[in-house]
Design a protein around this ligand. Structure first.
Ligand code: NIG
Ligand code: FE
Length: 403
């Protein structure tokens, strides 16, 4: 298949570039008046109009833009029901911590999940994932963490596997047993239970995560859990520095985390710890927006030479949206990233943060054809600027057209 008459093909990255950092965040390859060929679900080639192959089925882009599909490296889309009751508490002035302290929050979702059958959990999550794909997400990571006991954590991980097998998007799975202390456990007892769950979880999960933050898990707990994860071959991607300067970034980097996520509260020591590491700092502007907490200091990280990824954190408590276009818009509007920096943050760098930037996240020959074709007249800058106007004409995932 050939997409012809592309007004602007953006997100072109040379083969072998797996992430963008520092000044590189401001760069993306752009080709105007272009074609792009797809074969076997992969990007077969691209070039200026006039040089396109003449055979095969063709789609006329009519001047629309083609960009890489979004990669969402941090989500909690497998959950049961909703927490709209807590939304009312929040409107009435309670903070995320206060809601959690009253038995709401993560434990509320854990109770709901316990009562929900595996099939029903799958059905509810699939609706959310389909909405995200229709909004342009081509790869997503999904975490456990609302089970909080061995049976229910494995139930979540099986649901994530079933989603992976059911959708054309690329899905990665993370064991977040240490999301909150499960009901009926002491803190110590639960940390041990998470360590004990690791071998079974590792049969289903790609990564291990810990909510290393004030009121949840300490640096020492995190150290123990990540050590157990490493023994089972699980690389960390962790929650850090959302509620306090927690030490989570440092312990994550020490364990070679693929990403450290949230980072609403950081000092120069966190930048220092990340410098020269393989860890991708990942910020979640949807939860800053929804909770009314600080946005991450992305510009300062980038000025220091680091890369930044952005993800949705889609979950019922702190970010009830998996809309990556809105994440990109918040990156520009609230974090002052340029549209090109934000594009790199929601495509190549977020692909890196979930370990898939060798196969998706950019327009690169040989990568999966995970692409967004916009309506005519759209440019990269208009995507965050006209932040609520529908812009997607078609989404291609693995070359398949999503209808
Ligand atoms: O990433 N911060 C911890 N976990 C989620 C929130 C989960 C919830 O409230 O259900 C987050 O924001
Ligand atoms: Fe999260």
């Amino acid at each position: 298949m050939i997409i012809r008459n592309i007004g602007e093909l953006v997100g072109i990255v040379p083969e072998g570039v797996l992430r963008k950092q520092g000044a590189g965040m401001a760069e993306t390859g752009v080709l105007k008046d272009a074609w792009l060929a797809v074969g076997d679900g992969r990007i077969a080639g691209f070039g200026p109009m006039g040089t396109e192959p003449s055979d095969g089925e063709s789609v006329d882009a009519e001047g629309g833009m083609v960009m890489p599909a979004f990669c969402d490296s941090h989500t909690h889309v497998v959950y049961a029901g909703s927490r709209d009751g807590e939304f009312l508490d929040k409107i009435n002035g309670l903070s995320y911590e206060e809601i959690a302290a009253r038995g709401g929050g993560i434990l509320n979702s854990s109770d709901l999940l316990h009562e929900t059958s595996e099939d029903e959990l799958f059905r509810q999550a699939l609706v959310r994932v389909r909405e995200m794909m229709a909004k342009g997400t081509g790869a997503l990571e999904i975490k456990s963490g609302y089970g909080l006991n061995p049976e229910d954590e494995l139930k979540m991980l099986r649901v994530i596997r079933r989603i992976r097998e059911s959708v054309p998007a690329l899905v990665k799975s993370t064991f977040l047993g240490a999301h909150a202390v499960g009901r009926g456990y002491t803190h110590e007892g639960y940390v041990q239970a998470v360590v004990d769950m690791m071998p079974k979880a590792a049969e289903l999960a790609d990564f291990v995560d810990v909510f290393c933050d004030e009121g949840f898990f300490t640096v020492d707990d995190t150290d123990r859990i990540l050590t157990a994860g490493a023994a089972c071959g699980l690389r960390p991607k962790i929650h850090a520095n959302e509620l306090a300067v927690s030490g989570g970034v440092q312990v994550g980097v020490k364990h070679g985390a693929l990403s450290v996520d949230h980072l609403e509260r950081t000092t120069d020591a966190e930048i220092e710890a990340l410098r020269g590491s393989a860890t991708m700092p990942t910020m979640l502007p949807g939860s800053s927006f929804f909770l009314g907490i600080p946005f991450g200091r992305a510009k300062e990280f980038i000025a220091d030479g680091l890369g930044v990824a952005l993800a949705s954190d889609s979950n019922p408590g702190s970010s009830p949206s998996g809309d990556m276009r809105f994440v990109m818009a918040l990156g520009c509007i609230r974090m002052r990233l340029t549209p090109v920096q934000a594009l790199n943050a929601v495509t190549l760098n977020s692909a890196y943060a979930m370990g898939v930037s060798d196969v998706t996240g950019s327009v690169t020959p040989g990568k999966r054809a995970d692409l967004i074709l916009t309506h005519p007249g759209w440019t990269l800058t208009k995507i965050p600027y006209l932040y609520q106007t529908p812009f997607i004409r078609q989404v291609f995932l693995g070359g398949q057209v999503l209808v």
